[in-house]
Ligand binder design. Structure first.
Ligand code: GDP
Length: 321
């Protein structure tokens, strides 16, 4: 049995910036606690203020180092920053790699920063519903910026885009020919490109190749194209943070001016609702599997009393009743 939680009090303490309360709320989300709905309801009035920035790129490109650099720069501007490090390959939560590497640094003792790792593999519904709810926790807790860091492999970078207002794609020279490694999909999802490790040979080649690729894939959003900027950084030496932040600001202004921010957030909410609804239906179906209804319908299909489509419709009818 899950322990009952004083949700209102917990949310209150999270809003005062108490890290333990924030961590507890995210754990409730991850564990799909029975009071999840109550938690979501209590958070809702306080959400909608944080800027949500996704950061993705192949392993070793410098995501952790860049996150750390951006954290310092944002803190200098007086911003409070929450970081969710999503590790799609790890089945372990609460202590996955990416966040730990940042946690080790000077940010560990800063109360204006909250860092949490989330593992999504083997998780109920994966990134689909747990991560957006964790983002809501951080948003409601009053962080000005929520950074979602994820390794650019497979589906995860596409998922991160669905969550973020602005998506930053990191590339670096000498990483299996950088850009060839980054699939066309990654080029399309980027709002801002960062070529990290600009201190390395080949950085200018990476930038040039990237420009060519961008020209090929340039997308139009309601007739107004956003020109994806390319920012060069040396995250290991804290070089380029100001340029990244100003690119983020410009993109945010562009989003607001075009009504695109609202459109993105609405699309995100639609995805969230859908993911939650699907999970519910799956749970209910799983319950039915143990009962008599499904075997009875199956029997009717075998006996040719029903076709499988009609049987499925009857089943859905039961679910939504
Ligand atoms: P992640 O796997 O994408 O999170 O990458 P990390 O942040 O862990 O960085 C991978 C390696 O690249 C580490 O050894 C970093 O010290 C190094 N690194 C990060 N940024 C730079 C940079 O700007 N220049 C150079 N030369 N190395 C960097």
């Amino acid at each position: 049995m899950a322990v009952a939680v004083e949700v209102g009090e917990l949310v209150g303490r999270a809003r005062e910036g108490q890290h333990r309360a924030i961590a507890r709320l995210i754990s409730l989300v991850e564990d799909a606690h029975p009071q999840l709905r109550e938690v979501a309801e209590a958070l809702t009035p306080y959400t909608g203020h944080a800027r949500i920035v996704g950061l993705t790129g192949p392993p070793g490109v410098g995501k952790s180092t860049s996150t750390s650099m951006l954290l310092s720069a944002l803190r200098e501007e007086g911003k409070r920053v929450g970081v969710l490090a999503i590790d799609p390959s790890s089945p372990f939560s609460g202590g996955a790699l990416l966040g730990d590497r940042i946690r080790m640094t000077e940010h560990a003792t800063d109360s204006g920063i909250f860092i949490r790792s989330m593992a999504t593999r083997g998780h109920l519904g994966g990134l689909a519903w747990a991560t957006p709810q964790a983002v809501r926790v951080l948003d409601a807790a009053g962080f000005d910026v929520v950074l979602i860091e994820t390794v650019g492999v497979g589906q995860s970078e596409v998922d991160v885009v669905r969550l973020a207002d602005t998506t930053v794609v990191l590339l670096a020279p000498g990483m299996g020919d950088g850009i060839q490694a980054a699939k066309a999909g990654v080029l399309e999802i980027a709002d801002v490109f960062v070529v990290n490790k600009a201190d390395r040979d080949g950085a200018e080649t990476t930038v040039r190749d990237l420009k060519q690729m961008i020209a090929m894939v340039r997308r139009e959003v309601r007739g107004h194209s956003w020109r994806q900027p390319i920012v060069r950084t040396v995250a290991a030496k804290n070089e380029g943070a100001a340029e990244v932040l100003s690119a983020l600001d410009e993109h945010h202004e562009w989003l607001q001016a075009r009504g695109e921010l609202l459109r993105r957030r609405t699309a995100r909410a639609a995805g969230e609702v859908e993911a939650i609804a699907l999970q519910r239906l799956r749970d209910q179906l799983a319950d039915l599997r143990g009962g008599d209804r499904l075997p009875e319908l199956a029997r009717q299909v075998v006996e040719r009393e029903l076709d499988p489509y009609s049987a499925a419709e009857k089943l859905i009818g039961d679910l939504t009743r």
